[in-house]
Structures are given as C-alpha cells and as structure tokens.
Design a protein around this ligand. Structure first.
Ligand code: GLU
Length: 259
C-alpha cells in the first residue's frame, strides 16, 4: 500500500513540477539566469553541514561539495545561498522548488528516487550508534529492547524500524535535538550515520561509537525530478566526477577529518 501511495505521489509531483516543458527554460538555465545556486543544507551535522559558532557561517564537507557545483555552474563558489533544512524537510524543499538542490548527508534510496532525482554518489557512509562509554551495549543486538534516539525522516529511522522492531524509538526533528536528548538520558543509544556521530563524539569523550555498521549510505545531491531535462543532473554529475578525479574529494576529506 505504501509503495502504491509513493508511486501515486511521484506521478502527481512530476505532473505538477512545471519543468521539462518545451517552452520553459531548463533547470540549469534558470539557475544561470538567477546567478545564484540555492542549496538546502544541514546546520547541525558536523563535519558535513554545521554553523561555525565563531563566524556564524555554515561550513562543512557537503557545503564545500555544493561550492564546487556553484564554481562549475556560475564560475564562483560564492554565488550560493544556503537554506537550512531538517532531515524530514529535504524532499519537500526539492519538490516545492524552494531549493535547486539538497546537499545534506542524503542517502540514495529507491523510495526517494520515486519522488526526486539523485546525482552519482560522492561519499559512502554507514549507520551505527553512539552509546555511553561505560554502557553494556556493544552491538545492535544489545539494543533489541532498548530505547534508540533517531532523527525523523532519515534512513536511520527506517533501518532501525526494520532491523530492531522491538526497540523503542525516540524521534527528533534534527540532530542537535536528538543528541541533546541522548545526553540527557532519553535513550540508550543515538543511531545515525557514522559521519554525523563522529562529529558529536569529537566534542564529547563520554561516549563511544559501536564498531559494526548496519547499512551502507551512499550520499548524493538531491534535485527535482524533471522529465526531458537532465541539464542540472548532468552538470552536477560532471562536478562530482571532476572532484573525485582531481583530488578535491580527497583533500576535503582531509580538511574535515573524514575517514
Ligand atoms: N543519510 C541519512 C539519510 O539520508 C541521514 C542520516 C541519518 O540517517 O540519520 O536519511
């Protein structure tokens, strides 16, 4: 039933998307005319997308990936506007046209592919969990009857529901709220991608990350599905190929200490 609803939604979105019509400008032309790339990003998932408390600026690995795209499309990494979004708001931000693209630790999944388009992946993460250093939890099997904190609308939420149906879930709208809840004892573990957890671990040495990962999370840029118009997707795929080949991704991983 869920699948039927998703397919139905996908058809409605494509019919109403207002893109791909012959007389209209392409997605890429619209961005070039505007001379600014509008990007949906996370502001609380260090080191991928976060607000630098000293400068107030949004920084991170995903932010730099988006800047590379702006460089290729508009000739400058400064021609970019960042729109903060929550994990569960990512799809709507894209389908409504509020943003041109989302670069926010976003995993490619078949369900999401019914609603939006993805570029090639630029990074592979994996889901794991953060626990208190002195807890008796060492792997996901130990979490079967425990309370697990997740951010709503994420693949982590879905994976836990599937893999640990007997666990209790505590869902939050963003990673900061989820981590604060974990710190304040509202759950036995906080489960999300290893990338995001390592950012929280960096600032707190009372915790540890479980060794096993329960998923592979290929991160890609999400864009609006546009029939007969692959201008933006092609351009972004060009950027991703370029930055993988010319060492930019390698250097960015080093810059943001990402393994
Ligand atoms: N990669 C996940 C997603 O796209 C976000 C991180 C998480 O699962 O918490 O939904």
């Amino acid at each position: 039933m869920r699948k039927v609803i998703l397919i139905f939604l996908a058809i409605i979105i494509i019919l109403n998307s207002g893109c791909g019509k012959k007389e209209e400008k392409t997605q890429l032309e619209k961005i070039i005319d505007r001379d600014v790339l509008i990007v949906g990003v996370s502001t609380d998932s260090k080191p991928f997308g976060f607000k630098n408390p000293k400068t107030g600026k949004i920084e991170g690995f995903d932010i730099d990936i988006a800047r590379e795209a702006a460089k290729d499309i508009l000739g400058s990494e400064r021609k970019i506007d960042f729109v903060p979004i929550t994990p569960s708001g990512r799809i709507e931000a894209i389908t409504s046209g509020r943003v041109d693209m989302v670069a926010a630790t976003m995993t490619i999944t078949p369900q999401r592919e019914l609603l939006i388009d993805f570029t090639e992946p630029y990074f592979i993460a994996g889901q794991t969990a953060l626990v208190k250093k002195d807890s008796k939890i060492y792997n996901f099997a130990d979490l079967k009857k425990k309370t697990i904190i997740i951010a709503l609308g994420t693949t982590s939420e879905k994976n836990i529901r599937r893999i640990l149906p007997t666990a209790k879930l505590n869902g939050y709208n963003n990673y900061k709220e989820a981590f604060d809840a974990f710190k304040n004892g509202y759950g036995d573990a906080f489960s999300t991608d290893n990338t995001i957890l390592s950012g929280f671990l960096d600032e707190n040495d009372n915790y540890r990350i479980l060794k096993n990962k329960i998923s592979q999370e290929p991160y890609a840029i999400g864009i609006k599905k546009c029939e007969n118009d692959d201008s933006l997707k092609s351009s972004l795929n060009f950027t991703i190929k370029r930055i993988k080949n010319d060492g930019t991704v390698f250097n960015l991983k080093k810059k943001w200490k990402i393994k």
